[in-house]
Design a protein around this ligand. Structure first.
Ligand code: PGA
Length: 255
């Protein structure tokens, strides 16, 4: 069995200003530094303008920094976009791609997501590739089919890599659980994560070595139960990542 290092990533979304963001990151960095044994890789994903000051503030600590999105192209006429190499230069080791809010608000397709993921790897960062079904799709009994189809297309060109190169991380985030306070049940999460791991193997990925995070209303109260599930390798946390104490409770819920 390959040991999969757990990963807890905080997605700050479009929240925070410089002073508060740097203070939050510093507080987390201190908690990471003083922890006897850090049970997971801990990552914060601030809004783009805060990446640089946050990365500088936590440099040298175990706290890692990630972006919330990147463009697939290296450079060019893409007003408002940020290239993967720019994030890496600012201090990012991870970047979220294909979050459902970007798929919804910016019309990102699975092909776009895969292209962004490949750009991330080319820039030396691990993409956190988000997938997840809508409430309607789940009600129609299509959740597994939808998620597997998203996996296939969103990981295009990302799995056929040498074992030493950067592995993408998958984040299963049912859309109906994001920001609603209603997380998927442990049973629903366990079933979907097992299906995702099986599908990763079908796709030719190193399924046992790949990390699959759960996201969607993870909080200090439900984290221990969710993170104890065998195919859950960590969490992607939105709202509860904006408060240091709550986020830290999630990190330390890993047994
Ligand atoms: P939430 O968001 O924890 O606030 O539900 C999760 C996410 O969108 O990644």
């Amino acid at each position: 069995m390959v040991e999969r290092r757990r990963l807890v990533a905080g997605n700050w979304k479009m929240n925070g200003r410089k002073a508060g963001g740097v203070a939050l990151a510093r507080d987390l960095a201190e908690r990471c530094t003083s922890a006897e044994a850090l049970p997971a890789e801990v990552v914060v994903c601030p809004p783009a303008t805060l990446i640089w000051p946050v990365a500088e503030a936590v440099a040298g600590s175990p706290l890692l920094v990630g972006g919330q999105d990147c463009h697939a192209a290296e450079t060019g006429a893409f007003t408002g976009s940020v290239a993967a190499a720019m994030l890496a230069e600012a201090g990012c080791q991870y970047v979220i791609v294909g979050h459902s809010e970007r798929r919804r608000d910016h019309g990102e397709t699975n092909a776009d997501v895969a292209a962004k993921g490949r750009a991330a790897v080319a820039a030396g960062m691990a993409p956190i590739v988000c997938i997840g079904e809508s409430a309607d799709e789940r009600d129609r009994g299509e959740a597994v089919a939808v998620v597997c189809a998203q996996l296939t297309a969103s990981l295009d060109g990302l799995l056929d890599r040498k074992p030493t190169s950067i592995r993408p991380v998958v984040a299963y985030e049912p859309i109906w659980a994001i920001g609603t306070g209603r997380s998927a049940t442990p049973g629903e999460i366990a079933e979907m994560h097992a299906r995702i791991r099986a599908h990763l193997a079908v796709l030719g990925g190193d399924a046992q070595a790949m990390r699959i995070l759960y996201g969607g209303s993870v909080n200090a109260g439900n984290a221990a139960e969710i993170l104890a599930l065998s195919d859950v390798d960590g969490a992607l946390v939105g709202g509860a990542s904006l408060k240091s104490g709550d986020f830290w409770c999630i990190v330390t819920a890993i047994s």
